[in-house]
Design a protein around this ligand. Structure first.
Ligand SMILES: CC(C)(COP(=O)(O)OP(=O)(O)OC[C@H]1O[C@@H](n2cnc3c(N)ncnc32)[C@H](O)[C@@H]1OP(=O)(O)O)[C@@H](O)C(=O)NCCC(=O)NCCS
Length: 282
């Protein structure tokens, strides 16, 4: 199977990578707010079929972004709640003050400490991610890197207890909008206020950087995350997002027009697109 990481047709550009390292499933992400034209999407599907993929999963799309995909017989794989936090008002924590976590480098105590995430934390962060998320939603290394690079600026924070990473958050900002891209806490350390501190840190960072709002999406049945976000002042948007999927049939190969401008670089290495990672629940 050849490797693709973007498929371009005219001015339409779709980012493509194997879904969580599964080389049978292609993850396809249009640039936010720029749904592909029908012919570009049809060509993309043919290219993916030729590249050996058997099915396609999209990033989380709003109703307008979904239209060309639905016209190509995609169906809803999963509905996600979308929540927004206005950053212009007070950032009061209705849940009460966050636990007094130390910031920055800390001695190895049992007290949770939040600090900047580093490259060498990646394995520990992915371990937390694997413990916290269902297999389908777990990040691999490229997922984590994509989340960090999806916006022009981002913040990567980890919470450590002793020397062990027990929680992390990735937040990004693109213009006036910030995105809580990912949040996970080791199940053995949950319900101790670690996520609340990470989200408050993300909100404060985004506001300092001039963002007017923060968005986060989460699975419909993720009651814990919903309760957390609502307790911190996030409000459910009227319309959520949908992850769509579709099998690739041999017919997708028929009728190809001019060859697309496929970029056979390594998957997951295209940092040029602003993709608020709405395909992943935070
Ligand atoms: C959601 C998650 C990040 C919460 O982490 P946490 O450190 O346990 O959360 P906190 O202790 O800071 O919880 C703060 C508040 O959020 C709410 N909350 C958190 N987890 C909850 C749960 N499982 N059920 C109900 N309410 C919950 C509560 O109001 C809680 O306050 P309380 O403990 O005083 O009642 C964690 O459960 C997790 O990693 N889940 C799997 C990954 C995930 O869902 N990430 C977010 C995806 S959008």
């Amino acid at each position: 199977m050849s490797r693709l990481d973007t498929v371009q047709w005219g001015t339409d550009r779709l980012r493509v990578s194997p879904w969580r390292g599964d080389h049978g499933i292609a993850y396809v992400a249009p640039a936010p707010g720029e749904p592909p034209r029908p012919e570009a999407l049809a060509q993309c599907l043919r290219t993916l079929q030729q590249a050996g993929y058997s099915s396609v999963l999209t990033s989380a799309l709003n109703p307008i972004e979904q239209q060309p995909f639905l016209a190509q017989a995609f169906s809803v794989h999963e509905h996600l709640h979308l929540l927004r936090h206005d950053l212009e008002g007070d950032l009061a924590d209705p849940g009460g003050p966050a636990p007094a976590f130390a910031q920055g480098p800390a001695p190895a105590t049992s007290r949770p400490t939040m600090r900047r995430g580093r490259r060498r934390d990646r394995a520990a962060v992915l371990r937390v991610d694997h413990l916290a998320f269902d297999p389908f939603w777990r990040f691999d290394q490229s997922g984590l890197e994509d989340a960090r690079r999806a916006t022009p600026t981002s913040r990567f924070r980890v919470t450590v207890v002793g020397h062990a990473v027990v929680g992390y958050a990735v937040t990004g900002r693109a213009g006036p909008v910030s995105y809580l891209q990912r949040l996970a806490v080791d199940p053995e350390h949950q319900r101790h206020g670690i996520a609340r501190s990470l989200v408050l840190d993300a909100l404060r960072w985004a506001r300092r950087r001039g963002a007017m709002s923060m968005l986060v999406n989460t699975q419909e049945q993720n009651d814990g995350a919903l309760a957390l976000y609502r307790s911190l002042g996030f409000v459910l948007e009227a319309q959520g997002l949908d992850v769509l999927d579709r099998r690739l049939e041999r017919d997708d190969h028929a009728g190809a027009g001019d060859p697309p401008d496929a970029d056979p670089r390594r998957p997951g290495t295209d940092p040029g697109l602003v993709d608020p990672d709405r395909g992943r629940s935070a």
